[in-house]
Write a protein that binds this ligand. Structure first.
Ligand code: ASP
Length: 309
């Protein structure tokens, strides 16, 4: 019984393509790479790949991670520039025994030397949004509004699992800043014997809880994906509040090896996309209700809206 799940509505078209691979008995790893690439290639989404929002120097620096739940092979690229599909580079690195995590120029150079498509990832729209933000920041607007990561998880018909993430990170981040998304255990984790998880939100805080590993560990202890997600999010939020005085956006998605999925958030408007064997791809809104989350199917009208800026 295969399943593919991912963070946000933006992953819908990607997981539909990934689902086609799984339907044909393809692998979870091919499906998650394919899904993440669809999002990376779509300039409409301003937080992933082409069209992603730049750092404070108006450069698009991207982070991506990839994990094979069978071998525990992990690869990542951090602050990579000028590469069309960071997730594919991360996947290739996950197959290696050493040099699995590459940063900055080294990551871009590796991609170029290994035949990955090179591309200027900064679009006119992203430049305009950057200029607008520079003006807003002069009036003391919050610098980091605008982020979101695509995190994709799948289990295939053989029971193999994988996790992939891709993001442009926080809008107006410092040059060289790396978020949680390419960090194993924080942005993503996959273990085919248990399950997989991925995160989105403010990376600096997600890292403090190694939240994806924590969710997989909670599933290993017997919690359902939904219970594991809620426990991890709200315990981390409580801990950050108590020990640090404040907390930020924390949203997650999880899948176990049986194909059951779950999600949780501490913000207002989180969403996940899900495709399963014998079921149409669906998008769900995730609402916080106390320290639980309510998961409600999104309407077609909401799914189809596109707001241009
Ligand atoms: N977690 C990402 C980062 O901190 C951003 C996001 O998911 O919204 O780079």
């Amino acid at each position: 019984m295969w399943t593919i799940v991912a963070t946000w509505r933006m992953s819908k078209e990607g997981i539909e393509k990934g689902a086609e691979i799984l339907k044909e008995k393809g692998s979870a790893l091919d499906a998650i790479e394919c899904a993440a690439k669809v999002v990376e290639d779509d300039p409409y989404y301003k937080s992933v790949g082409y069209g992603g929002l730049p750092n404070e120097e108006m450069e698009v620096e991207l982070d991506a991670g990839f994990m094979d739940g069978d071998t525990l092979g992990f690869g990542a690229v951090c602050a990579i520039k000028g590469v069309a599909n960071p997730v594919s580079v991360a996947r290739q690195l996950s197959e290696k025994n050493v040099n699995c995590v590459l940063v900055g120029d080294g990551a871009s150079q590796y991609a170029e030397n290994h035949g990955f498509e090179m591309k200027d990832m900064l679009t006119e729209r992203a430049k305009n949004l950057y200029r607008q933000r520079v003006l807003e920041m002069k009036q003391e607007m919050k610098a980091y509004r605008g982020h979101d990561t695509v995190g994709v998880l799948a289990v295939d018909s053989k029971g193999s699992m994988g996790a992939a993430t891709s993001t442009s990170g926080l809008f107006m981040k410092k040059k060289g800043r790396v978020g949680d998304s390419p960090l194993v255990g924080s942005g993503l984790y996959a273990d085919s014997e248990v399950g997989a998880a991925a995160a989105t939100g403010i990376g600096e805080n997600l890292m403090k809880g190694c939240i994806s590993y924590e969710i997989v560990n909670l599933m290993k202890q017997g919690k359902s994906p939904q219970e594991a997600c809620e426990t991890a999010v709200f315990e981390l939020e409580e801990k950050l509040k108590r020990r640090n005085g404040h907390f930020t956006d924390l949203s997650v998605v999880a899948l176990n090896h049986k194909g059951e999925w779950g999600c949780a958030t501490n913000i207002e408007n989180y969403a996940v996309s899900v495709a399963k064997e014998n079921e149409e791809c669906k998008v769900y809104h995730v609402h916080r209700v106390g320290n639980r989350c309510e998961v409600v199917e999104a309407s077609k009208q909401w799914i189809d809206q596109r707001v241009e800026e």
